[in-house]
Design a protein around this ligand. Structure first.
Ligand SMILES: [Zn+2]
Ligand SMILES: [Zn+2]
Length: 70
């Protein structure tokens, strides 16, 4: 795969959209990988800091409600 920005070989893949990114053009962002409800009914998330981010895609800050996916 090639870097989305410079088209040279990529060293990684954006955690959010799958675009290839090289060491020069990558960015990092916390990535929420899982959500669960703890025993005390508090919703908690597993967040990975410094996840690879291509800088092109735009992860939304707020979760989106998906209707019809029961
Ligand atoms: Zn690049
Ligand atoms: Zn991306």
């Amino acid at each position: 795969m090639e870097c989305w920005t410079c088209e040279r070989p990529s060293q990684g893949v954006c955690s959010f959209c799958g675009r290839g990114v090289c060491k020069e053009h990558h960015q990092t962002m916390p990535n929420l990988v899982a959500l669960f409800e703890a025993k005390d009914h508090v919703k908690k998330g597993i967040v990975v800091d410094n996840a690879l981010f291509c800088g092109e895609c735009q992860p939304r800050e707020e979760p989106v409600v998906l209707e019809g996916l029961e």
